[in-house]
Design a protein around this ligand. Structure first.
Ligand code: C2E
Ligand code: MG
Ligand code: MG
Ligand code: MG
Length: 281
């Protein structure tokens, strides 16, 4: 912090920095309470087979409404959770709640549904927590087979510790869990490294998808990611599909799966279940 008494500007800078630090600390305290009291929620966004429209998975997305009734976006509270270490209990809660919901849907349908649950795992949790045994215990607690779960990881999670990540992913694969690389195209995209990891799916970041047409550069990037995925034997999911035209173009380019507001926004567990068992699915 600069401590100049000379100009008002410098003092205003100090005050703003201090305000930001206070606001962040207040958010951390409120988030800690919310995690402890299990006051977060999960919403579920469907992932569709682009060729048939069938729902193949739901992505579980955390939601937080604070004590004043304000909704805070994951983009804001996940980073606070990561910096404070709260991401570990938060991530454990998300995993448990998402699998509990999937097991409840199966029970309601009277048989295991042909659908996966996709759960985001923070790089911090991957480094600090023992994720494979945690996942195995949580699956067992809800009576679910490993292949019902897909974990979404970002590249940064893996690049931070290549050997450790390879080992972690192998252990998860051995339990039948599938692995998706999230937000692909925004990170380092270290291809040699990617090939060494047991990744099943590439998720194309929505920054290349949403405004894809008529942006020739974005289309070129999407094409490149799709051919890379095919060469490596991976499936592809496009996120951020907001129109039928984008969905059709992606499908024509060979993208297998997609999610986005064109299909559905993230839904409550009840809405998601109704969509899943609707005759049109
Ligand atoms: P993500 O994993 O890439 O999730 C996709 C995000 O795109 C979600 O934002 C979703 O609501 C949004 N989205 C989906 N379709 C569309 C669309 O058509 N248009 C637009 N504009 N947006 C769309 P959300 O829920 O705000 O989450 C943001 C990010 O926060 C996630 O990005 C993920 O990185 C993180 N996050 C959310 N929940 C969790 C969680 O439980 N654990 C961890 N570690 N991270 C989470
Ligand atoms: Mg994700
Ligand atoms: Mg994503
Ligand atoms: Mg994203």
């Amino acid at each position: 912090v600069r401590r100049s008494k000379e100009t008002g500007q410098a003092e205003a800078y100090d005050t703003r920095a201090l305000d930001r630090a206070r606001a962040r600390f207040a958010m951390e305290t409120a988030l800690r309470r919310a995690v402890e009291a299990e006051q977060l929620q999960l919403h579920y966004q469907p992932i569709h087979d682009l060729a048939t429209g069938r729902i193949v998975a739901f992505e579980a997305l955390a939601r937080w409404t604070d004590e004043n009734g304000s909704e805070i976006a994951p983009a804001d509270f996940i980073s606070v959770a990561e910096e404070s270490g709260l991401i570990v209990p938060l991530g454990r809660w998300v995993l448990d709640r998402a699998l509990r919901t999937l097991a409840a849907w199966d029970a309601r349908a009277g048989a295991p549904l042909d659908v996966q649950m996709a759960v985001n795992i923070s790089p911090i949790q991957l480094q600090r927590d023992r994720v494979p045994p945690l996942v195995a215990e949580t699956l067992a607690a809800h009576g679910l087979a490993g292949n019902r779960l897909k974990l979404e990881l970002t590249e940064s999670a893996l690049i931070a510790d290549p050997d450790g990540s390879a080992e972690t992913l192998q252990a998860l694969k051995a339990a039948g869990v599938t692995i998706a690389m999230d937000d692909f195209g925004t990170g380092y995209s270290n291809l040699a490294f990617l090939q060494k990891l047991p990744i099943d799916t590439l998720k194309i970041d929505r920054s290349f998808v949403t405004g894809m047409m008529p942006d020739r550069d974005k289309i070129a990037i999407v094409r490149a990611v799709l051919s890379l995925a095919t060469a490596l034997g991976m499936a592809t999911v496009a996120e951020g599909i907001e129109s039928g035209a984008v969905s059709q173009t992606l499908s024509a380019l060979g993208c297998t799966y997609g999610q986005g507001y064109h299909f559905a926004r993230p839904l409550s567990a009840e809405q998601a279940y109704q969509l899943l068992v609707a005759p049109s699915n």
